[in-house]
Design a protein around this ligand. Structure first.
Ligand code: PLP
Length: 393
């Protein structure tokens, strides 16, 4: 992906409005416009900081934009789950005092060494012998680091699974834990139940697998990191409340044989999704087709995944003759939505229910657009959404 090298305007220099409607009235944006909602970042962070019984690491890959990082920092998030040297550098540039953890099980040669020496990173993940060899060779003195062995956790509760690429079974994990212990590094365990995990029970099951793995290894673990996966409410689905997750997780911790193991979690989506909404313009309406100025290669990348069957909640907005924003009239009908690139695949997978009065030049506001949107946009065909404003109620 080539990202146009434009300087990023400071957060406090962005235009600021009291509502999305006011922003649309003022800017009449013909390009996609991201709206930041600082109080939503703060609210999500608070839920985790107050509800989860351990350290919160924000998974930077869900949205590594400096605005998201700064708003989460302002909300009290101090730890960051990063997966590459580039991501660590991005976080440390935006937030020099951030504490980064290198939680990818497969790293490019030299990146562990650079992360430790240049950025003081002390936590690493492995799921195979050769990556452990490489890690130990790079860090020199193993006593300086914690090594998290990544377990497979394919428990079926999540819309996007995270265990077919990384992770190992308990028997292999037990062997790796013994090797980590023997190296002098601190042995720890981690897993990821999958993203947008709608079942709190998946976490309890995975913690039980971790507990059994510790038993198999006969090695005391020094930390347990339960990964990310916490869901948010998109259109058409109301996930279980977060406290169900936290209660189940606490109960599972209490049932572990080893007591008082320090715990961590790595929410990405749950911390950043609600804090950004997106204004798109209808470039053309043709019957039941709407051609938008943003699509699959821009902010809607995650819609490519067939198993991710959720929609960012859409609302239609039109400007009346006096330039006032209002909802177009007419009954709700299903519209097919297409992105701006010339690729036929650039269309949203499901119809959007919008008022029949919607027309060329009107706007669609999509909510909960903070996660896996900004982070994975490309400039395919010359379209790169990158306009920002702040909404303060
Ligand atoms: C992507 C990822 C996360 C964040 O997952 P969410 O579903 O966004 O919470 C956390 N940990 C690791 C290792 C990841 O790869």
């Amino acid at each position: 992906m080539t990202v146009p090298a434009t300087a990023i305007a400071p957060l406090d220099s962005l235009p600021c409005y009291t509502s999305a409607l006011k922003a649309i009235e003022a800017l009449k944006p013909t390009e996609p416009l991201y709206l930041l909602h600082p109080e939503k970042f703060a609210a999500q962070a608070k839920i985790f900081l107050e509800g989860f019984p351990g350290e919160i690491l924000y998974a930077a890959k869900s949205n590594p934009h400096p605005y998201a990082l700064e708003l989460l920092w302002n909300a009290g998030i101090r730890h960051f789950d990063t997966a590459s040297l580039g991501e660590i550098e991005g976080v440390k540039t935006a937030l020099p005092d951030a504490i980064c953890h290198f939680m990818a099980p497969v790293r490019l040669p030299g990146q562990a060494k650079a992360a430790l020496e240049q950025h003081g990173v002390k936590d690493f993940v492995v799921d195979t012998d050769s990556e452990l060899d490489k890690l130990l060779a790079e860090v020199g003195d193993a006593k300086k680091i914690r090594v998290f062995v990544r377990l497979v956790a394919s428990l079926g509760g999540a819309l996007l699974e995270m265990s077919s690429k990384y992770g190992c079974r308990p028997e292999e994990a037990a062997k790796l834990l013994k090797r980590v212990q023997a190296s002098g590094a601190q042995p720890c365990l981690t897993f990821h139940v999958g993203s947008q995990c709608l079942s709190p029970f998946s976490y309890a099951q995975a913690i039980e697998i971790a507990n059994r793995t510790v038993g198999l290894a006969g090695v005391p673990i020094r930390a347990l990191d339960i990964g990310g996966g916490f869901p948010i409410a998109y259109s058409g689905q109301e996930p279980p409340p977060y406290h169900w997750y936290f209660d189940m997780i606490k109960e599972a911790f209490a049932n572990m044989d080893a007591k008082d193991v320090p715990v961590m979690c790595e929410p990405g989506r749950a911390l950043c999704a609600p804090g950004i909404s997106l204004v798109t313009q209808v470039v053309l309406r043709r019957g039941d087709r709407l051609y938008l100025n943003d699509g699959i290669y821009g902010s809607f990348d995650e819609q490519r995944f067939a198993s991710f069957d959720e929609d960012y909640p859409p609302s239609a907005i039109t400007l009346d003759a006096k330039g006032k924003a209002k909802i177009p009239g007419g009954e709700l009908l299903p519209f097919r939505a297409f992105g701006p690139t010339c690729d036929s695949a650039d269309k949203l997978p499901r119809s959007l229910m919008l008022p029949d009065g919607i027309n060329t030049g009107d706007f669609i506001l999509f909510g909960a657009m903070g996660a896996y949107t900004v982070s994975s946009r490309s400039n395919f065909n010359g379209y790169y959404p990158d306009n920002w404003a702040v909404i303060v109620a």
